[in-house]
Write a protein that binds this ligand. Structure first.
Ligand code: V47
Ligand code: SF4
Length: 391
C-alpha cells in the first residue's frame, strides 16, 4: 500500500500551537504518541478537523466511499449479558428471535455488494449453523462479499468446537467469508471491561484473533465503542494498540468509532456531543497513519454529524444497510436504512466525490463531482478492475 503524500498537509496553515505541532510531526513522517493524542482532545475542534481533513485528502483526494449493503442479524439470542447492549435477549424471552433460512435469504437483495452478518451467541446453535448462514447467502448470490462474525463470535466458535482460531477462520473462509467486521472490540481497557462486559473476551484475545485473520490473508475492520464510562486516554490507548497490530500484521480496512447509544441501559444519560464525535473521528485519522479509512457510521452518529465528519477525516460512510437492529434496539434516532441516492447526496453536500465500493474497497462506481443535489447518480467510471481497492 503506498503511503499518503503530504501535499495538503504541507500547505495547511493552523493557529492552534498543539495542532500545528501535530502537523509538523506528521509532515516529518512521525507518529502521534498516547500523550499527544490525549492533549489534542483539548484543542479547538475546527483546527483538529482541518488537520484531519488534510490527512484524509492526502490519502484519498476528495473521494468518500460507501457500499450498497445489508446488515443481517440472524439471532438476538445471546448467552452473554453486556451492560451496554439493548439488543441481546435471553433464550425463551418474548422478544427473542432466530431467523429461518427463508428470513435470512430475504436479506440477500440482488443489488447489494456486501452483507454484514453479526448476532448473538446462541445457546443452541452449533458452529455448523453459523457456517450455514454464510453458505446459504453465498449460494443465493455467489459474487456477494460476506463480512461476518466478530472476534467475540470467533472465540465462541473456538470454545464450541474446541479448535484453535486458525481452524475456525479457515472453516469460515471455506464457507464463503471474505472479511471480519470490527465489532466486539468495545474499548481495550480492563477497567471498563470489568464494569460493562466482564463475560466477554478482553482486548488481548480480540487483537490476537484479528492478528491471526490478517496473517491468513483475511482483512478486517476495527471499532471503538466510546461515549460511556471510558476516558479519552483509554480511547487513544485503544487506537494505539490497533495501530501496533496493523504494524505487525497489516489487514485493517477501516477504523470505526461507534458512538454509544444510551437507550435504556442506564449507563449514561445522553449520547456524546457532536463536538466529541468530531474530535474522536479527527483524532482517529491523525493516530492511524497505517489504516486506510476512518468510517463515519451514520447509524450511530446520526446523519447530520456523519455528514459533517466527512470534513473531519472520515473517508467512508459505511452503507445503505437496510434494517439495522443493534443501535435501534438502543433507540438510535437515525433511519433504519438509507437509499443509495441519499448517500450520494450526503457525500456531495459535504463537498466530496461519492464512490461506491464493495466490502474489500474495490470501486464499483464513481459518481461525478458536480454537486447537483438532485440525487442524480451519473457514473463517471464503473466496474474498476478487482484489485483497484482504495487502500
Ligand atoms: O460490537 C452494542 C456495538 C457493535 C451498542 O465492521 C453498541 O464495518 C452503540 O461493530 N450503542 C456492532 N453501540 C456493530 C459493529 C459495526 C457496525 C458497523 C460497521 C462495522 C464494520 C461494524 O455495536 C458491537 C458493540 O460494540 N453496540 N450496543 C449501543 N447501545
Ligand atoms: Fe451478546 Fe454481543 Fe450484546 Fe454482548 S454485545 S450481549 S456479546 S450480542
Amino acid at each position: 500500500m503506498p503511503g499518503p503524500n503530504h501535499a495538503h498537509l504541507a500547505v495547511l496553515k493552523l493557529s492552534d500551537p498543539a495542532v500545528a505541532a501535530a502537523r509538523r510531526t506528521l509532515l516529518e513522517g512521525g507518529r502521534l504518541t498516547q500523550e499527544e493524542g490525549v492533549r489534542l482532545f483539548d484543542s479547538p475542534v475546527l483546527e483538529l478537523g482541518r488537520l484531519a481533513d488534510a490527512c484524509a485528502r492526502d490519502r484519498h483526494g476528495d473521494r468518500v466511499y460507501f457500499t450498497v449493503n445489508r446488515q443481517l442479524n440472524p439471532t438476538n439470542v445471546c448467552v452473554l449479558s453486556c451492560r451496554f447492549c439493548d439488543y441481546a435477549k435471553k433464550p425463551g424471552a418474548p422478544d427473542a428471535y432466530t431467523m429461518t433460512k427463508e428470513q435470512i435469504l430475504a436479506h440477500v437483495d440482488p443489488e447489494i455488494h456486501e452483507i454484514h452478518i453479526v448476532g448473538g451467541l446462541h445457546d443452541k446453535w452449533r458452529f455448523d449453523d453459523y457456517l450455514d448462514v454464510i453458505r446459504w447467502v453465498k449460494e443465493r448470490k455467489p459474487g456477494l462479499q460476506v463480512k461476518a462474525y466478530t472476534a467475540v463470535e470467533v472465540d465462541f466458535f473456538c470454545r464450541l468446537t474446541k479448535k484453535p482460531a486458525e481452524w475456525v477462520l479457515e472453516e469460515l473462509r471455506k464457507a464463503g467469508l471474505d472479511a471480519l467486521p470490527g465489532g466486539g472490540a468495545e474499548v481495550f481497557s480492563e477497567r471498563v471491561r470489568r464494569e460493562l462486559f466482564h463475560q466477554k473476551i478482553g482486548g488481548h484475545r480480540w487483537l490476537e484473533i484479528h492478528e491471526i485473520a490478517h496473517r491468513m490473508g483475511i482483512p478486517s475492520n476495527a471499532t471503538l465503542l466510546y461515549g460511556h464510562i471510558e476516558t479519552r486516554a483509554e480511547r487513544v490507548q485503544h487506537m494505539i494498540l490497533l495501530r501496533e497490530l496493523e504494524d505487525r500484521a497489516p489487514g485493517f480496512l477501516a477504523f470505526i468509532p461507534l458512538a454509544f447509544q444510551p437507550g435504556a441501559t442506564g449507563i449514561v444519560r445522553r449520547q456524546a456531543s457532536a463536538i466529541e464525535d468530531l474530535k474522536t473521528i479527527a483524532l482517529s485519522r491523525l493516530v492511524f497513519d497505517n489504516v486506510p479509512h476512518v468510517k463515519s457510521y451514520w447509524v450511530m452518529l446520526g446523519q447530520d454529524t456523519a455528514s459533517v465528519a466527512l470534513n473531519f477525516g472520515a473517508s467512508d460512510l459505511d452503507g445503505t444497510i437496510g434494517q439495522e437492529k443493534i443501535a435501534h434496539a438502543a433507540l438510535a434516532r437515525s433511519p433504519v436504512g438509507m437509499a443509495e441516492e441519499a448517500m450520494v447526496q450526503a457525500i456531495r453536500e459535504a463537498g466530496k466525490i461519492p464512490v461506491q465500493r464493495d466490502a474489500l474497497y474495490h470501486v464499483v462506481r464513481t459518481y461525478d463531482a458536480g454537486g447537483a443535489a438532485d440525487g442524480g447518480a451519473t457514473a463517471a467510471t464503473a466496474g474498476a478492475a478487482p484489485g483497484a481497492g482504495a487502500r
